[in-house]
Design a binder for this molecule. Sequence first.
Ligand SMILES: NC(=O)c1ccc[n+]([C@@H]2O[C@H](COP(=O)([O-])OP(=O)(O)OC[C@H]3O[C@@H](n4cnc5c(N)ncnc54)[C@H](OP(=O)(O)O)[C@@H]3O)[C@@H](O)[C@H]2O)c1
Length: 276
Amino acid sequence: MGVGTSQPTVSSIPQTPGAICAPIRFARKMHDMNRLSGKTAVITGGATGIGRAAARRFIEEGAFVFIFGRRQAALDAAVAELGPNARAVKGSVSDPADLDRLYEAVKAERGSLDIVFANAGVGSQLRLGEITAEHINETFDTNVKGTILTVQRALPLMGKGGSIILTGSSAGTTGAPAFTVYSASKAAVRNLARTWAEDLKGTGIRVNVLSPGATATELAREALGEEGMSAYGSMTPLQRMGDPSEIAAAAAFLASSDSSFMTASEVAVDGGLAQL
Ligand SMILES: NC(=O)c1ccc[n+]([C@@H]2O[C@H](COP(=O)([O-])OP(=O)(O)OC[C@H]3O[C@@H](n4cnc5c(N)ncnc54)[C@H](OP(=O)(O)O)[C@@H]3O)[C@@H](O)[C@H]2O)c1
């Protein structure tokens, strides 16, 4: 900004509900980059939502991407959209045999692996007093056990320059009503990166957590509707929900050498929700 140019004031900044479009258009314009050229990535939960947006972004930046999830129809639809640099393997992150098939497919076609985005996750609400053993098992099986197994079984294919990204959540930091089990599972994910940065010393592999706030995935749109989304969004300083492409942009940064001096960190992409 040049000398004498006036700084924008709060009242001069457009506050329209459609403001969500501006950063997304900006991101589309600015990511004409090849930071992931030649790299191979695995994205769990890559058929939908944040994972699918990340798969799209990684491929746009030059990567070859394997997506992994339990529903064949969702995987097929994603691969049809993502194009020739995408493959799908069906399975569950909490089943070691399924993960072995995933990494065998990666090894057979690509030989090695550069990026793991351990993103598959589930979460539902139950108030304290209503929590069941099944609810705890289901949530921790995917979010914690699944994340650990996904990363551990990827390591034999990874080496110097590798990047591991774990999907956390703003809920791992804040208290959110009825989110005891989900929030605890994401707090656990936050610690995995701290511990693994120690365990990975000397390997040249980095590990970081990407923590979205409320994000307007297809599922969220269906579940909340425009009114519900705007109510959720109004809780953040930016007064809107995030778009999956905005989480994907941060994932591409963490996957690339642009974040080469980052490990054990948490990157919050939450409109400020958990930062106040
Ligand atoms: N959207 C948000 O507001 C928000 C906020 C903070 C954090 N997050 C986190 O972001 C991540 C992605 O969620 P999303 O919002 O994009 O929702 P989503 O569209 O429901 O994505 C979750 C993905 O995980 C897959 N998945 C679930 N359990 C799995 C399992 N056992 N094995 C393999 N894949 C499994 C699902 O596919 P299948 O069902 O076909 O297996 C689905 O593709 C999750 O970790 C979530 O906790 C989301």
